[in-house]
Structure formats: structure tokens, C-alpha cells
Design a protein around this ligand. Structure first.
Ligand code: ADP
Ligand code: TRP
Length: 321
């Protein structure tokens, strides 16, 4: 089965990104045919500064590779290294009713947030559809916020196939309801926009500082504490196996636990867990030429698959004359 997902290069990563999405994506490379790309065209809708985007794209690629994405076991590339996707987006635009895009929540939400309401932002779901259909993807793992975009992709693909025969695989979304939302320092969803993150690839000092900021309740040391309502516990458990979670729970239920001690332990755990990845990321970033080579190789493999689709599309719509 072919699994595809794209990730926008949007700056630093946090524990929510890792446990909520990247870990699962990377695991697909062992079982399925994984297509994974850095969605830098999409990021242009909210990141008009070229230097920041270029740097962010390279960093996002390094992040994925450092965390274990294997370019031998997957097809990994940067979206703009295959401009073919824009040609497909244009072909699909001509099958996309305005009403379908006008209904999209994410466009309306982003405009409310202050992002410029331009045509790129409006057409975003058509480009995302092209990403998915170009590679004949069976399954697309996404967060809940992208659900409507997948519906748009399916609608366009069905409409197109009705007109021209079976050109595209109809993609299925995979929305993992079990992936628990990782809570942030203040207990709300961990998110860049809330400023409540614990970031990946930090040096010790800033990492410790973030963890020490986790909000706790004022239960006195000599009383038992409730692990289920504690932000430290909810984050710490991500790093523990079942027995470890149980042991920590018992410590909460026994009077005398100090939140400061648990924060210190959590800091050491996070630091040690990500230390090899942080090291790997440094190595990758120290050799950007090698990184570009890996990405160019991935784009070559992706192009082979994309061309098969594009030959059909060009023929059907009359671009081959
Ligand atoms: P942010 O909210 O920090 O801007 P993004 O929207 O860039 O994060 O998230 C990228 C991906 O990471 C999303 O697809 C989502 O699945 C995952 N993700 C982000 N935050 C969390 C979280 N707190 N818990 C679980 N998954 C998350
Ligand atoms: N829109 C997605 C997001 O912001 C990123 C994305 C672009 C994507 N193209 C895609 C995801 C294709 C899945 C499939 O998260």
C-alpha cells in the first residue's frame, strides 16, 4: 500500500509533532511504500520571506532524517523539486468548483488569523490534492484539521475519473483518533501558537528552562497527588513503558513527592532520549551538500512515479498534440 504525507517546514519542532505525527510516519517505512515530502510550496502561503523558507526547508529535511526517516526505505523529497505538481494542480483546477473551495474552513480560519487572503491560500486544497493524486496514493495520514482537504481531494479525483476514466487512485484519509493530543506546559494542546512547547533539538539549558515552566497545582508536598490531572505526568508518560507509568503513578499517590524532582527527572529523560537525534541532526546540518544530494535523489525517484501519472493526464486533457 502507498502511504503519502507532506509536512510544512514551519520552524522548530516540539514533542507534540514528534509523538503526534512524525514517529508514526517514520514507522510506515518498515511496512508500506512511504512517500514523504517537505511541503515548501504550501508554506509560501504563510511564509513570504524567501531566506526563512529556504533555511526552514533544509532544516525540516534534516529533522526528519535525524529522527530516523531512511531515504533508502522511503521516497523523501522537497515538493518544489517536482514542479510537475503545479501542472497537475492547474489541470485539476479546471475540475474544481468554486463552491468546493469556498466551503473550506481552513481558508476562512487562516484569514481570521490575519494571513493574507490571496489566491494561493484559496487554492491551497487543489495543490494538496495534486500532491496526493500525482503519486496515486492509497492512504494519507493527517491530523483532524486536514480532514476537509482530503474530502476535497476525493471529490476532485472522483469527478476527474468520471470524465476521463480511471486516471487517479481515490485516496483514503487516515485520521488516528487514538493519538492522544500531547499537552503543553499549561495543559492545553502543545502548540507553537500557544507558546507552551517543549522543543526538540534544544541545548540542555533552554530545554531545562522549558521543562521547569510546566504548570503544576499547589498540592503540598506531604499530600498524595493526582497523576491524571498533572501536566508533568501526562508528558513524562510518553517516554515510559507500562510498568514505568505505573511506578510513576504510585509515586504520585504516595505523600512526599516533589514536583521539582519529577521535573528534573523528566528533563534528564527528554535530554537523554533525544541526545542521539540531536547529534545526528548536527552532523546532517554540517554537510548541507550531502543533504541536498539525498533530496535530489529522492526527487528523482518521486519523478519517476509522477511522470507516469502526468503522461496520462496530459494525454487526456489534450496537452499532447
Ligand atoms: P502547531 O500546532 O505547533 O503549529 P502543527 O500544526 O505544525 O503544530 O503540527 C504538525 C503536525 O503535528 C500535525 O499534523 C499534528 O498531527 C501534530 N501535532 C501538533 N501538535 C500536536 C499535539 N499537541 N499533540 C499531538 N499531535 C500534534
Ligand atoms: N496541508 C498539510 C498540513 O498543513 C501539509 C500537506 C501538503 C499535506 N500536502 C499534503 C499533507 C498532502 C498530506 C498530503 O499539515
Amino acid at each position: 500500500m502507498r502511504v503519502l504525507s507532506g509536512i510544512q517546514p514551519s520552524g522548530s519542532l516540539h514533542l507534540g509533532n514528534f509523538f503526534g505525527m512524525m514517529k508514526k510516519m517514520i514507522a510506515y517505512q518498515e511496512q508500506e511504500e512511504l512517500f514523504c515530502f517537505i511541503a515548501n510550496y504550501h508554506a509560501m502561503t504563510s511564509l513570504p520571506d524567501g531566506k526563512t523558507l529556504a533555511r526552514g526547508t533544509l532544516e525540516a529535511a534534516a529533522n526528519f532524517l535525524a529522527l530516523g526517516l531512511d531515504p533508502e526505505k522511503s521516497i523523501f523529497w522537497v515538493q518544489s523539486d517536482l514542479p510537475e505538481v503545479q501542472e497537475l494542480a492547474w489541470a485539476l483546477s479546471n475540475f474544481t468548483p468554486m463552491g468546493l473551495l469556498e466551503r473550506c474552513h481552513s481558508y476562512k480560519d487562516k484569514v481570521v488569523q490575519g494571513i493574507r487572503p490571496n489566491h494561493g491560500l484559496f487554492a491551497y486544497p487543489v495543490l494538496m490534492t495534486a500532491d496526493i493524486l500525482l503519486f496515486q496514493s492509497d492512504k494519507v495520514p493527517i491530523g483532524k484539521d486536514q480532514k476537509q482537504h482530503l474530502e476535497v481531494a476525493r471529490d476532485i479525483a472522483i469527478k476527474y475519473n468520471n470524465e476521463y476514466g480511471d486516471v487517479f487512485t481515490i485516496p483514503e484519509p487516515e485520521i488516528d483518533e487514538d493519538v492522544a493530543t500531547v499537552p503543553g506546559l499549561d495543559g492545553r494542546k502543545m502548540s507553537k501558537s500557544y507558546g507552551n512547547t517543549i522543543d526538540l533539538f534544544l541545548d540542555e539549558k533552554p530545554l531545562r528552562k522549558q521543562i521547569m515552566r510546566i504548570v503544576t497545582d499547589p498540592t503540598p508536598i506531604e499530600e498524595a497527588k493526582n497523576p491524571d490531572s498533572c501536566n508533568i505526568f501526562q508528558i513524562y508518560r510518553l517516554f515510559l513503558d507500562e510498568a514505568g507509568v505505573e511506578e510513576l503513578r504510585q509515586r504520585y499517590l504516595t505523600p512526599g513527592l516533589r514536583y521539582g524532582d519529577v521535573k528534573q527527572e523528566l528533563f534528564e529523560t527528554v535530554r537523554d532520549f533525544f541526545a542521539p537525534y540531536t547529534e545526528k541532526r548536527k552532523e546532517i546540518m554540517a554537510d548541507p551538500e550531502e543533504l541536498r544530494k539525498i533530496l535530489a535523489n529522492g526527487a528523482e525517484k518521486a519523478r519517476y512515479v509522477a511522470n507516469k501519472t502526468m503522461r496520462k493526464v496530459r494525454k487526456k486533457v489534450g496537452l499532447i498534440y
